[in-house]
Design a protein around this ligand. Structure first.
Ligand SMILES: N=c1c2ncn([C@@H]3O[C@H](COP(=O)(O)OP(=O)(O)OP(=O)(O)O)[C@@H](O)[C@H]3O)c2ncn1[C@@H]1O[C@H](COP(=O)(O)O)[C@@H](O)[C@H]1O
Length: 107
């Protein structure tokens, strides 16, 4: 099987978003807007955390998939392409997280 990527899922979400298909969860989320999609993203994040702390390996896989799907929906609804996030991640490579935090302007 060819490797499935976040980019493939972003394309599926973009195609389904305005499909008008009454059976499409993606179309439903896009119709309901950012508040509902962001709420679902938060719920999936919490469910992922619960699976992790409970040591529920299969649950962690499943909830992580739900989380990533809803995260991509929120990006799509916000007009932020996945490539912007990947560029940001790429710009951080080679720099430790602790050094990055220390370089932030003091608030
Ligand atoms: N990866 C996903 C995906 N992950 C989770 N979900 C849906 O997310 C929804 C939310 O799940 P929950 O159990 O939290 O829902 P719920 O608790 O009943 O929701 P509430 O009523 O409480 O709001 C479910 O309907 C899941 O099926 C997904 N729906 C779609 N995809 C991908 O998007 C594609 C297109 O899907 P449709 O747009 O539905 O055709 C699919 O083929 C998949 O590739």
């Amino acid at each position: 099987m060819a490797e499935f990527s976040f980019s493939d899922l972003e394309t599926i979400i973009r195609d389904r978003a305005h499909s008008g298909d009454p059976d499409s969860w993606t179309a439903k989320l896009f119709a309901r807007g950012i508040d509902k999609a962001a709420q679902k993203l938060g719920e999936e994040a919490v469910e992922t955390v619960i699976a992790a702390v409970q040591g529920d390996r299969q649950g962690l896989v499943s909830e992580s998939a739900d989380l990533i799907y809803h995260w991509l929906v929120v990006l799509g609804l916000s007009g932020v392409p996945l490539s912007d996030v990947l560029k940001e991640l790429e710009s951080r490579t080679g720099r430790s997280g602790i050094a990055e935090k220390a370089s932030r302007p003091q608030g």
